[in-house]
Design a binder for this molecule. Sequence first.
Ligand code: S3P
Length: 175
Amino acid sequence: MRIALYGFMGAGKSALGRALAQRLNYDFIDLDEAIEKFTNNTITQIFENQGETAFRKIEHLVLKDFIKTNADNVVLSLGGGTIIQPTNRQLLDLRQFKKIYLNVSTPVLIERLKKEKNKRPLLKTIPDEDFDGFITALFFSRQKVYEVNADLKINLHQENFEQALEKLYMHLNLN
Ligand code: S3P
């Protein structure tokens, strides 16, 4: 099986994906990490030096390269904006990835992202007083695409990491 985890920044895609892959004995790929390896630049450097449009092109190329490998038994964690691009969704569907939406409520996302604002290129320039509004607006602008493309939607709100992993594993119905 091929699993793609997606959802908003701060939903826990990378950490949960890594732990899920370990539990399933699958390979784990984090798309942001693969982009950083491919470009030998951090995501922040790509945004700062080349802008978001260039980042989206690189993101697509790296996903396409990975899809070409036809890897199986893999958990792939996407970036928060990856699934928004129709061409990226086509690539995932081409290899029948099970697309899993990790849905976390905006108050929880806001609380988490506030602590990591400076590590995230899309957020670091947002003034503190506009932060909640920015996250809420970006989330709602993406919500429909997140919802309609999910093969499986998992609501994660107050769960701690272990509980979230358990919920994810349980919903996959593999045991
Ligand atoms: C982005 C999310 C980030 C990263 C980039 C853009 C987005 O990934 O791909 O900063 O558009 O939501 P994470 O969701 O893994 O933080």
